[in-house]
Design a protein around this ligand. Structure first.
Ligand code: ATP
Ligand code: MG
Length: 392
């Protein structure tokens, strides 16, 4: 008996009440899209999505599904008629194919009308297997754990199960504008949002000639990594040089970063509204650097009442690094590069900036028109399936 189907478990989705149908439809759509190149069919019912493997090797299909958010677990399953006789034969066959000597059976009886309860089914099936094959039961450390799920339509048998990404289906929760710097943190933050069902559109502030175009290559490699989880991503590059030069001309050094960040947020919010996203997100983590103290965050955020998400706000750097390594962006992020934040780094940045001072320094130059000029010079790059697709 061949395990020729994958059974996708929804996890957190099952708690979603009225939204459940929409969640499942979104996940089914995402599963179908991500399995397009395999040419496999997927169907859903109330509790699961099923992928019909035909004769395909399950491994690459499972690997692909592990990049789809909203999936809790993926089991490789065989299916038989929902009768005791069929279940006994199927269990024996599956265990023989697995080749282990010891086994444990777990039965879940979803069809409560079935005359035997789960314990009764377990005993009947296990007795049959013991009588007809060379096996022993081991409840603690079996070679093979066989899960049998008895539903109305069929019984599903599974010995292999893998964890999925969890979270929500991508696109279900909306779209945000992600500030992508080329550092370690922001790609990890972008991934955290995607896993939670949020599509990201990225913005990068570039300050040529102070920052090199190598940053863009770096960002493209990061986008290619993130494409595993969101098949198409837009990156918009904003020309930030003039704003940055004006800041360094008019603002005392300790306040430069604070004012620069206030400008970034103004621009990001303007872009978010233009692109109709629901929030701006950053890779900030509280306490990590001068601009990420609670005092700084408050003064920076004062420029807007638009929502700002910081998915990594309480993460330690070491945990962010571990996540970046797992995501595959770490080695790209640590390539040497100049960022607009590092290039003009003040020796003593203000860790507890005052709003009054910010407002005073900002009154010294016409930042509004610089912001408009910056917004007019946006360049767009689209990334799909690991490749750049269009330039607007
Ligand atoms: P990262 O590793 O993502 O660069 P970081 O620890 O270097 O983070 P900062 O440089 O202080 O932290 O930046 C904090 C956040 O501000 C970044 O995570 C990113 O979201 C945003 N940011 C900083 N610089 C830029 C930039 N040039 N373009 C777009 N966003 C930026
Ligand atoms: Mg940075």
């Amino acid at each position: 008996m061949k395990a020729n189907m994958l059974m996708i478990h929804f996890g957190e989705l099952s708690t979603k009440g009225d939204n459940r149908k929409a969640f499942i439809a979104c996940l089914l759509h995402n599963v179908r899209t991500s399995l397009k190149s395999f040419g496999l069919e997927a169907k859903s019912d109330r509790d699961h999505i099923y992928v019909y493997l035909n004769d395909s090797d399950p491994e690459p299909v499972i690997a692909r599904l592990k990049e789809v958010s909203g999936i809790q677990r993926i089991s490789t399953v065989a299916k038989c008629e929902p009768t005791l006789e069929a279940m006994k034969l199927a269990a024996l066959e599956v265990l023989q194919e697995e080749g282990g000597r010891t086994f444990k059976i777990d039965v879940k009886r979803v069809d409560k009308r079935f005359p035997l309860d789960s314990y009764g089914i377990t005993v009947e099936v296990a007795d049959y297997v013991l009588d007809h094959g060379d096996f022993e039961v081991d409840l603690h450390n079996p070679d093979t754990r066989l899960k049998m799920t008895l539903r109305v339509d069929a019984c599903y048998l599974s010995c292999h199960e893998e964890l999925g990404l969890g979270g929500y289906p991508l696109g279900m929760i909306g779209k945000v504008t992600m500030l992508l710097s080329g550092g370690i943190d922001s790609p990890v933050a972008a991934f955290a949002l995607m896993r939670r069902g949020i599509r990201v559109e990225c913005l990068h502030f570039a300050s040529p000639p102070y920052t090199s175009m190598a940053v863009v290559d770096k960002l493209k490699d990061i986008l290619a990594c993130l494409n595993d989880y969101q098949r198409d991503i837009k990156l918009q590059i904003l020309p930030f040089t003039k704003i940055q030069e004006a800041i360094y001309e008019h603002v005392p050094e300790p306040y430069c970063i604070t004012i620069m960040r206030r400008m970034m947020i103004r621009l990001a919010v303007a872009m978010a509204k233009k692109n109709k996203t629901l929030a701006v997100a950053t890779g900030e983590s509280i306490g990590q650097v001068a601009s990420q103290t609670l005092e700084s965050i408050g003064v920076i955020e004062e420029v807007t009442n638009f929502p700002i998400l910081r998915p990594l706000c309480v993460e330690d750097k070491l945990s962010i690094i571990a996540k970046a390594k797992k995501l595959g962006t770490y080695d790209i992020s640590i390539r040497p590069y100049e960022d607009c934040c590092t290039i003009f780094k003040p020796k003593k940045p203000k860790t507890k900036p005052h709003l009054d001072d910010c407002l005073y320094f900002e009154s010294k130059f016409d930042y509004e028109s610089l912001i408009q000029e910056c917004l007019a010079g946006v360049e767009t790059i689209c990334f799909s399936e690991g490749k750049e697709v269009i330039k607007e």
